[in-house]
Ligand binder design. Structure first.
Ligand SMILES: NC(=O)c1ccc[n+]([C@@H]2O[C@H](COP(=O)([O-])OP(=O)(O)OC[C@H]3O[C@@H](n4cnc5c(N)ncnc54)[C@H](OP(=O)(O)O)[C@@H]3O)[C@@H](O)[C@H]2O)c1
Length: 259
């Protein structure tokens, strides 16, 4: 199999949750590869900083302020893309929240936010991207940044709703892949499920609980490499699931070695 990013050069990739962490690393990598990347997030300052950082690279970074938990924001973002860039070839559904909020003593507002961003926002962005891909006869690629917790239940207190939201992402990936298998358009669906990754996402409280520090975690760039690998495969090859779990191999002597 020959891996190549050449067919994506100059094409449009939308990355949600691009302002920091894994989304910023994916955006940077895709701009390096020569794509036009639309980075969606709420924090304008962080997006603007990325614009500066990525200026002069092979591709281009377009910042777009939008809240993925709001349908209207997503519709406006895709309208902007259609009007200014023409189409969408790749969507990376990366925006995610997972602040600990236990089913035993958490609050509905937190749970709704987790489900709205991780599940409903992902579905809405997928719907809009596929609509544009179909209108323009594009054999595009949708990539969900899922999680190990989309496949396993670790029982970490406070992460019950987050775990449920990522299991939903696994089901949605499989369902969409089956759906697309019956359609004329060859739109690929890939679900990437990282283990613990060193970003702001894992709060110190959780790091202490799972006994992990930065030295044994994945880097955001490792996940970006997985995205590029999936995109680099030839059109007839579908990478359905990827589990970047390097860090977990490195800590196999710890109690977390249950994969
Ligand atoms: N870090 C890990 O250990 C790990 C492991 C497995 C999977 N993941 C998954 O990887 C993805 C990225 O996580 P990360 O580690 O990079 O986390 P992060 O550093 O906290 O970044 C999260 C990103 O999501 C964006 N976001 C959150 N709520 C949003 C909203 N309502 N609308 C638009 N954007 C929103 C944030 O941007 P704004 O705040 O600017 O809106 C930010 O860019 C998530 O889906 C997460 O579940 C992470």
């Amino acid at each position: 199999m020959v891996l190549s990013m050449e067919r994506w050069i100059g094409k449009v990739a939308v990355v949600t949750g691009a302002s920091k962490g894994i989304g910023a690393a994916i955006s940077e990598r895709l701009v390096d590869e020569g794509l036009q990347v639309v980075g969606v997030a709420r924090n304008k300052q962080l997006l603007d900083a990325l614009v500066k950082e990525l200026a002069g690279k092979n591709g281009k970074f377009y910042p777009l302020v939008a809240d993925i938990s709001k349908e209207q924001d997503i519709l406006e973002a895709f309208d902007w893309i259609k009007n200014n860039l023409g189409a969408v070839h790749i969507l990376v559904n990366n925006a995610g929240v997972g602040n600990p909020s236990s089913v035993l003593d958490g609050n509905v507002g937190d749970w709704l936010n987790i489900l709205n961003v991780n599940v409903i926002g992902l579905c809405t962005a997928t719907r809009e991207a596929v609509k544009i891909m179909k209108e323009h006869n594009i054999d595009g690629h949708i990539i969900h940044i899922n999680s190990m917790l989309g496949h396993f239940v670790l029982g970490i207190p406070g992460l019950e709703v987050y775990t449920a939201s990522k299991h939903a992402v696994t089901a949605l990936s499989q369902a969409m892949r089956k759906h697309m298998g019956n359609s004329k358009r060859r739109i690929k669906f890939t679900s990437i499920s990282p283990g613990a990754t060193d970003t702001d996402f894992i709060e110190q409280e959780v790091r202490d609980m799972i006994k992990m520090d930065s030295s044994v975690m994945l880097r955001a760039e490792d996940v970006a490499d997985s995205v590029v690998y999936a995109l680099s495969t030839p059109p007839h090859v579908q990478v359905s699931f990827q589990f970047p779990a390097l860090a977990l191999h490195r800590v196999r002597k710890t109690p977390l070695n249950i994969w």
